[in-house]
Design a protein. Sequence first.
Length: 185
Amino acid sequence: MAVEKLGARIKRFRENREMTLEQLSDATGLKLSAITALEEDNVYASIGPLQKVARALGARLGTFMDDVVGGDPVISRADARELDLSMQKTRDTKACYRYHSLGKGKADRNMEPFFIEIMPDDDRSLSSHQGEEFIIVVSGRLKVLYGKEEHILDSGDTVYYNSIVPHYVGAHEGPCSIYAVMYYP
């Protein structure tokens, strides 16, 4: 997603489907101000709202991250990985989440694999969306809020959960990096 920003891509998809901001807000259950910030300021905190937008637009989440379609197998070399998506909480803050898509190029994928770099952040907002998530902590410590439970994971630890349950995943006491595989039925 080096050329076109996420917000511009979502806006293009919405306009191609002749959908208003209000209609997209209604279809996702997200506030109109959140949809506007996403499109105009390229701001949003988690993958959950993006999944809701993708579903409302009849697209895969990965559609917003790549246009290149290749054949199987898709190989992602660690030293050639590109930043595909960077998310921050507000217009004037640095990125809290840096997503590197590992499935880029596979058009018919049912899972979204990512390498994610996470910076510490005070916002612990829970999100929920359909599907499942599997995470492996690569470095640092990861805080996982799942419903009313709180877990701190260390390097090498994993978590697998139904993402319909309200959850939060963030860095704990310093930067953290993870591999995450998200499945959306």
